[in-house]
Design a protein around this ligand. Structure first.
Ligand code: SF4
Length: 333
């Protein structure tokens, strides 16, 4: 899967680097000074790199844990995100990462302990009475590359000991083995994102089928883990009421509502410059030619379309989970 691994000088002797290199004995190894030399230059072909991304092992020095965008939350009074990785195994046509980075290579920060220290610092800065949420799947999928990163394995014991800190693992993956091997605890939510199967097949390239993700979600729920349901982004299409209705029904036929920590909806929304870059990458994509239009520097569905979808999906979720578990997440609001 990984044919080339770039290794920053600073992490050459890090134990996590050695573990990962041992997993890919046939990969070409290239040393670099800082990951930005490989990752940041302009003019890289994102589409070609996406077919065969390299792995870059790097050290992160600052900005380990950042405030989540305004409007982003699942009930905590303080919301932060952290990214142990940049970029994703999957290739969703609406993904903002393709409009954000010059490169499709995976950057993995091996200094997990620095993230943990930064999480502790954020906790110290908040009051004991405050529930604080840490979102982990913002610049990557939290579980998809677990066999390479060991992220979940490293962070579950850490969060287990800090009950005031809620960890959200956001994913479209079915790689839940590490969770299933672990005794569940309350302050971890594995949140699965879905679009209806017919949309997923066309737009979420490389992502496991909807049915498999529902199965993974059900297994976690059965094992006693809290799960989350994210209809994010909501994608408009002819007959969307029926397809979202089927999706929600299929999920709750398999997953008991009591196991659901939270549900949320996320609108399709891009900063204009990001949208333009994605359209340049995929000019023939019908999703991006849908009823989206620019407004105040953002590209979104027209207001009435967004409102109608939100209303329909909120009602569908309301048949299974109470209002207090429902959140509307609007990044870049
Ligand atoms: S799974 Fe999430 S992070 Fe990965 S490509 Fe799709 S939208 Fe982007």
């Amino acid at each position: 899967m990984i044919e080339t691994i770039y290794i920053e000088e600073a992490v050459r002797s890090h134990p996590r680097t050695s573990e990962i290199l041992a997993r890919f004995p046939g990969a070409r190894r290239i040393r670099c000074h800082r990951y930005g030399e490989v990752f940041n230059p302009r003019g890289q072909d994102f589409r070609i790199q996406k077919r065969r991304p390299a792995l870059i092992l790097a050290e992160k020095f600052k900005n380990f844990v950042l405030p989540a965008p305004e409007g982003f939350g699942i009930g905590g009074s303080e919301n932060f995100y952290f990214s142990h990785m940049l970029n994703c195994l999957y290739d969703c046509r609406y993904c903002f990462l393709q409009g954000m980075y010059q490169s499709a290579h995976y950057v993995m920060f091996v200094n997990h302990e620095s993230f943990m220290d930064a999480i502790d610092k954020r906790l110290e800065e908040t009051k004991e009475s405050q529930a604080v949420t840490f979102f982990s799947g913002y610049d990557c999928d939290s579980l998809a590359l677990e066999s390479v990163t060991g992220f979940v394995k490293a962070f579950l014991p850490f969060f287990r000991e800090r009950p005031r800190a809620l960890l959200e693992l956001r994913t479209k993956s079915v790689r839940v083995q590490e969770l299933l091997k672990t005794e569940p605890f309350e302050n971890c939510v594995t949140a699965f994102s879905f679009t209806p199967a017919e949309i997923s097949e066309k737009t979420e390239h490389g992502v496991p089928p909807v049915a498999s993700r529902i199965e993974a979600m059900a297994k976690l729920a059965e094992a006693g883990w809290k799960v989350g349901l994210r209809l994010d982004p909501l994608i408009y299409h002819k007959g969307f009421e029926n397809s979202y209705s089927k999706l929600v029904r299929d999920i709750f036929n398999a997953v008991p509502p009591e196991a659901v920590h939270s549900t949320s909806l996320g609108p399709m929304r891009f900063p204009k410059a990001m949208y333009d870059r994605i359209v340049r990458l995929y000019p023939d994509d019908r999703l991006l030619a849908g009823p989206l239009s620019p407004s105040n520097g953002m590209v979104t569905y027209r207001r009435h379309v967004e409102e109608e979808m939100t209303e329909v999906c909120r009602a569908l979720l309301g048949e299974y989970v109470p209002e207090e578990k429902f959140f509307h997440c609007t990044p870049w609001a």
